[in-house]
Design a protein around this ligand. Structure first.
Ligand SMILES: C[S@@+](CC[C@H](N)C(=O)[O-])C[C@H]1O[C@@H](n2cnc3c(N)ncnc32)[C@H](O)[C@@H]1O
Length: 263
């Protein structure tokens, strides 16, 4: 049996498939085998299901960290269920995670934040003359708070689609005259007016971002990607921030893309 690659391209569908395969395997074993385990049946079944789901995820070629999640998911559900917590806690936890991470399964970009040393180096990359800078997926807005004080002559826009990070960014920046926080999808934002576009995303959207930047950014505008290089495109420069996590800033001029060396 093979799942079509388009089905497995969604991490949620792939995870569901691994969980169901693991469940089916363990249910068949429980029906077929005559013995009973020495530990309580629900926990034994959950441990076996976790192992089977992890193996199924491996077979489905899910990233390795998913295998750990599958291994622990059902056993933890059974153990925590034994604490008889009020069901509202589960719903509340789910809603908070949803509002913080939003549709990470679609965007494939989770929330993690640029640190202060990165903001300082990024400020030095903004062109000397004042202009527009955008942070694609601005998270909780900390980067823009730092940039706005280093470059009061520039105008900064942050756009974010996850509700709680957007709200925090909006609250933090509402008194800053040169920062504008918008709620929405950055794929719908026209990058043409920007002198510098900053992205701290993930490897997945980089090819699409490159196409968008090439189509919209002006010739001398700079695209700076924190940590994630654009595949097969030579950056104009790679700036090492020199922080503890060894942050690299990949700098491109998409408006001059024909001059970029494509390997
Ligand atoms: C890795 S965080 C970076 C946060 C911030 N730029 C920083 O450097 O501190 C990426 C953010 O992009 C947001 N995001 C992902 N896809 C998005 C989209 N299509 N439109 C708007 N925001 C998006 C995520 O919700 C997340 O908050």
């Amino acid at each position: 049996m093979r799942f079509p690659p388009s089905f497995l391209s969604s991490p949620l569908r792939a995870a569901l498939a691994a969980q169901i395969l693991g469940g089916l395997l363990v249910a068949s074993l429980l029906l077929l085998l005559p013995w009973r385990p020495p530990i309580p049946l629900p926990l034994a079944a959950a441990l076996a299901q976790g192992l089977a789901a992890a193996l199924a995820a491996r077979w489905l070629r899910a990233p390795s960290w998913w295998q750990g999640i599958h291994l622990l998911f059902m056993p933890l559900v059974v153990l925590v269920n034994g604490l008889h917590l009020p069901p509202i806690l589960w719903l509340g936890g789910f809603l908070i995670l949803l509002l913080v991470y939003w549709r990470t399964d679609l965007s494939r970009v989770p929330l993690y934040l640029s640190n202060r040393p990165t903001a300082a180096v990024l400020a030095s990359l903004i062109p000397a003359e004042s202009g527009f800078v955008v942070d694609l997926g601005c998270g909780t807005g900390g980067l823009l708070v730092n940039l706005s004080s280093s470059r009061p002559d520039c105008h900064f826009t942050g756009i974010e689609h996850a509700p709680i990070p957007f709200l925090l960014a909006w609250l933090r920046c509402r008194r800053l005259k040169n920062v504008d926080i918008r709620y929405g999808d950055f794929w719908a934002l026209n990058l043409h007016p920007c002198q510098l576009v900053y992205a701290f995303l993930s490897p997945v959207p980089m090819p699409r971002l490159w196409e968008k930047a090439r189509a919209e950014m002006s010739a001398d505008a700079l695209l700076v990607s924190n940590s994630f290089a654009i595949p097969d495109v030579m950056p104009e420069q790679v700036v090492a921030v020199g922080d503890a996590r060894d942050t690299q800033l990949y700098c491109y001029r998409p408006g001059q893309a024909d001059r970029a060396v494509t390997e």
